[in-house]
Design a binder for this molecule. Structure first.
Ligand code: ATP
Length: 231
């Protein structure tokens, strides 16, 4: 087994039920995202969007159907290799009580200061950071300052960018950012993700504007699938 390098993702009739609640979060879901493509998944709260991302990272195994990455069943891939090939930005950013710099380079310990600044600029949080007295050495959390929800999300995006993995999964990670900043970040992401397989989960239709494909989920089922123009 090897680290997936292309990042093509395919769902084949995937059905999944959470054991502890008996909720069938996904029913017969099929789609393909090719290397370099961006898929946007839209849908109401509880429609199963986050579950799709959890299954790609193999937090759970499917009940029926199959998920492949680079045409290999994720269940046959080494878990460490699989997760190493994924940059994940969760809905609720998790930051450590440590410097901003260390929080950003969490995905790449050997990153240089210039690399850290570059991703912070692309995720539109650099200007906030240089406004702090200690700039990138500012401590966050219990022992330091509290960032706003939107700033946290942008630090979390910078962290995923620096990891530079072939797959990027974004779980409604711009919800606390205003639409103008969202658009600027999405444009930067588009450029950054040119060669990556990207999945953007959002409840905002605007996030899907530049996607190659869009899926609309409802109660765990794909209601519509197509391009921005088709839908
Ligand atoms: P949101 O936009 O609110 O994040 P979503 O579209 O991402 O919603 P999911 O989080 O995938 O939806 O949830 C789909 C369904 O599965 C919901 O009914 C939810 O209650 C249920 N669910 C989600 N996570 C779990 C879990 N860890 N255990 C049990 N049930 C869960």
């Amino acid at each position: 087994t090897h680290t997936p390098v292309l990042g093509q993702i395919a769902f084949n009739n995937v059905t999944f039920t959470y054991e502890d609640t008996n909720i069938t979060a996904l029913k017969n879901v099929s789609f393909t995202v090719n290397k370099g493509e961006t898929l946007a998944i839209l849908g109401r709260t509880g429609s199963g969007k986050s579950t799709i991302l959890s299954l790609i990272s193999r937090l759970y195994d499917v009940d029926k159907g199959k998920i492949t990455v680079d045409n290999e069943n994720v269940e046959d891939l080494n878990l460490y290799d699989l997760r190493n090939s994924i940059g994940f930005v969760p809905q609720d950013a998790f930051l450590f009580s440590d410097t901003i710099s260390n929080n950003i380079k969490f995905g790449k310990e050997e990153a240089s200061h210039d690399e850290i600044v570059a991703v912070a600029q692309k995720s539109m949080v650099h200007n906030n950071i240089i406004g702090f007295n200690k700039q990138y050495e500012t401590i966050l959390g219990e022992r330091g300052i509290t960032l706003s929800g939107g700033q946290k999300q942008r630090v979390s995006i910078a962290r995923a960018m620096i990891k530079d993995a072939p797959i990027l999964l974004l779980d409604d990670c711009l919800s606390a950012v205003d639409t103008e900043t969202e658009e600027a970040i999405l444009n930067n992401l588009l450029e950054f993700c040119k060669d990556k397989t990207t999945i953007i989960v959002s409840h905002r239709v605007s996030s899907a504007k530049n996607a190659d494909k869009i899926i609309i989920l409802e109660d765990g089922e794909i209601l519509q699938q197509g391009t921005h123009n088709q839908l």
